[in-house]
Design a protein around this ligand. Structure first.
Ligand SMILES: Cc1cc2nc3c(=O)[nH]c(=O)nc-3n(C[C@H](O)[C@H](O)[C@H](O)COP(=O)(O)O)c2cc1C
Length: 158
């Protein structure tokens, strides 16, 4: 519909809660960025996806490696999410991680991780939709997730 303004769009879409992930890759060193727009795509084959804003400085580096690891954040990792959306810092300084099979960092303390190879990138407005085929994944610990809702962090309760 023509004439819908972007602030209304943000307000309405903000009422859909998501988890928070940090998507990583390994180039000359580790790179990573906070991403809420992560989703499951397909069971056969096993596909996942995320939306990356095209002006991102990290997304082109991730794309170039051809693979990525999704780290699903726990509700005690809000500071880590903030850190991985900051510029002009070494985001990995003091952050513990181990490499997934792709080499992409699995961050300590995350609830779960999914290592994937990029199989498609689809332009969509000011974002790219990146689709990845899962090569390995695991739940690391039981816990409750960090939640993103109405432009702020929250917690999950049953
Ligand atoms: C909670 C949260 C969720 C975010 N979700 C996304 C997202 O889904 N896609 C995206 O491209 N950027 C997202 N961002 C913004 C990026 O984390 C980052 O701030 C921005 O891309 C600039 O950093 P970069 O140049 O390293 O990409 C999110 C930031 C926060 C704090």
């Amino acid at each position: 519909m023509a004439g819908v303004d972007s602030s209304l769009f943000r307000q309405v879409l903000g009422h859909f809660p998501t988890g928070v992930t940090i998507i990583t890759a390994h180039t000359e060193g580790p790179v990573g960025v906070s991403v809420a727009q992560f989703f499951s795509v397909s069971l056969e084959p096993l596909l996942i996806g995320f939306c990356a804003i095209r002006e991102s400085s990290t997304w082109p580096a991730i794309r170039q490696t051809g693979s990525f690891c999704v780290n699903v954040l726990a509700d005690d990792q809000e500071a880590l999410s903030r850190r991985f959306s900051q510029s002009d810092i070494d985001r990995f300084d003091g952050v513990a991680w181990t490499p997934a099979a792709s080499g992409a960092p699995r961050l300590a303390g995350a609830l779960a991780w999914i290592d994937a190879d990029i199989v498609g990138v689809h332009e969509a407005g000011d974002h790219d939709i990146c689709v990845g085929e899962v090569r390995d994944l695991a739940v690391e610990r039981e816990g409750t997730p960090l939640v993103w809702f109405r432009g702020g962090y929250g917690r999950f309760a049953v």
